[in-house]
Design a protein around this ligand. Structure first.
Ligand code: PGA
Length: 251
């Protein structure tokens, strides 16, 4: 079912003590907030998962920021989907542009990760988005179509229905430069159309598509008001409980 969702992506920030403190603050704020109209998730570093799981309530979802493309074995330094699930996490961000850009994650690799995550009943928050050059040369809709087709279109309709998508224009991530609400809506509607063509209208209508890229309390309301924007994936602004809650309450 399509839901409104605000998910934090802490990236490589916070020590364990700082992370547990931040999770407690978000948990407390969420508990005390009246009238929250969305699901709320925090995606935290692997090292923090088990400790954060121990201090938050059921109402606050927990996720990892990545998982391995193998299930187990001799992959020094990697963390598998079963390991993530064993901490109590329910979500995993996959295909973030920083993973694609800095760690060479291809659609082939991401396909494996999505399958392994789904096998553990983890909900992938699957990221797609164009770089500045693609925005400027007008190929951005095609680029995102291709990212979805290559990594996700081998899934059954049932499995596709378990995903959350996050459109994150790379030029807007951590830059302070947000896509306009119109640019976000144009892309989100396009994505829904691409899904509808492959899996039918019902699957497309039920898919939650989040916007990410310099989303903050001051612009969240306008973005979330758009028909096809179902929430946000929040980086920098998720590192402060008050600003994160400012986005959560923008619905
Ligand atoms: P940002 O990051 O909110 O700091 O731009 C978003 C993301 O990369 O998920």
């Amino acid at each position: 079912m399509r839901k409104n969702i605000v998910a934090g992506n802490w990236k490589m920030n916070t020590t364990l003590a700082e992370g547990v403190g931040l999770a407690k603050d978000v948990n407390e704020a969420l508990k005390n907030a009246a009238d929250v109209k969305c699901d709320v998730v925090i995606c935290v570093p692997f090292t923090h998962l088990a400790s954060v799981a121990a201090v938050i309530d059921e109402k606050l979802g927990l996720g990892a920021e990545n998982c391995a493309d193998h299930v187990k074995g001799a992959y020094t330094g990697e963390v598998s989907a079963p390991m993530v699930a064993s901490t109590g996490a329910k979500y995993v961000i996959l295909g973030h542009s920083e993973r694609r850009q800095y760690y060479g994650e291809t659609s082939e690799i991401l396909k494996e990760k999505v399958n392994l995550a789904l096998a553990e009943n983890l909900t992938p928050i699957f990221c797609i988005g164009e770089v500045l050059e693609e925005r400027e040369n007008g190929s951005f809709l095609d680029v995102v179509t291709k990212q979805i087709q290559e990594a996700l279109f081998d899934l059954s309709a049932e499995d596709f229905g378990k995903l959350i998508l996050a459109y994150e224009p790379v030029w807007a991530i951590g830059t302070g430069k947000t896509a306009t609400a119109e640019q976000a809506q144009e892309m989100h509607a396009h994505i829904r159309g691409v899904i509808a063509e492959k899996y039918g209208k019902e699957v497309a209508d039920n898919c939650s598509i989040l916007y990410g890229g310099s989303c903050k309390p001051s612009n969240a309301k306008e973005l979330f008001a758009k028909a096809d924007v179902d929430g946000g994936l929040i980086g920098g602004a998720a590192l402060d409980a008050a600003s994160f809650m400012g986005i959560v309450t923008a619905f």
